[in-house]
Write a protein that binds this ligand. Structure first.
Ligand code: SF4
Ligand code: SF4
Length: 223
């Protein structure tokens, strides 16, 4: 302890830290005072949670496992900008961008998240990454069951983090909605796949499973 610190402690008022002095009846009852808490708790409703048999849902804004979201036509929201990785204080995110091409368009715009990893041994669930994401590609779910037996199983890959495809949507890659720009995507103008997108996938990936369930929900925007 430095001399400065010692003199600071010397000047503290003893009443702030000294134990309370008990006298008379309070002193006599002190040994059984603690049982008062036990006794009053006996009549309260138990709050025991029977996890994992009956998991209690966390608060709606709980910060749990991450999710990479998609647009309503099936294109991915992530544009591989790496802002989430730069915002992360524990260096838990790794992103490698890839270039969209006319034959393989995964997201609106020029780039998409080709490699996306979150290391849950490092993540502290602070939520800085989801605040940094410019396209709302990255959000956090209320799933708190993030555990695994090995180090590698705690590094979640893009396939583990991608949101499931909504009913009636078409898995990427496929072109953007005709006549729409990436700004239109960011501004929420996409309501579902177009017939042109469905035809493109039929031609390039006739075995695509989502072709069986896709529903055309949007007209192409004509200039
Ligand atoms: S929640 Fe926090 S620690 Fe976890 S990946 Fe996001 S920024 Fe990093
Ligand atoms: S999740 Fe968001 S911030 Fe992270 S790389 Fe993708 S678009 Fe950028």
């Amino acid at each position: 302890m430095t001399e400065n610190n010692a003199s600071q402690w010397d000047t503290l008022d003893e009443k702030l830290w000294a134990p309370r002095k008990r006298t008379g009846l309070r002193k006599a009852l002190a040994p059984v005072e603690g049982f008062g808490v036990t006794f009053s708790t006996l009549f309260r409703k138990p709050t025991t949670e029977e996890y994992p048999e009956k998991p209690v849902p966390p608060a709606p804004r709980y910060h749990g496992r991450h999710q990479l979201n998609r647009y309503d036509d099936g294109l991915e929201r992530c544009v591989g900008c790496e802002l989430c990785a730069w915002a992360c204080p524990s260096d838990a995110i790794f992103v490698e961008a890839g270039a969209n091409t006319p034959d393989a368009q995964y997201s609106p715009g020029e780039r998409f998240g080709k490699v996306y990893q979150i290391n849950y041994l490092r993540c502290i669930f602070c939520g800085f990454c989801i605040q940094a994401c410019p396209t709302r590609a990255l959000t956090m779910t209320t799933n708190f069951e993030v555990a695994g037996p090995t180090r590698s199983s705690m590094i979640y890959e893009k396939k583990d983090l991608l949101a499931p495809l909504k009913e009636g949507t078409l898995a990427a890659p496929h072109p953007m909605v005709e006549g729409m720009t990436d700004d239109d995507y960011y501004n929420g103008k996409i309501t579902g796949p177009t017939q042109e997108q469905v035809d493109w996938v039929k031609e390039h990936r006739p075995d695509e499973p989502t072709l069986a369930t896709v529903k055309v929900q949007q007209e192409a925007a004509r200039a």
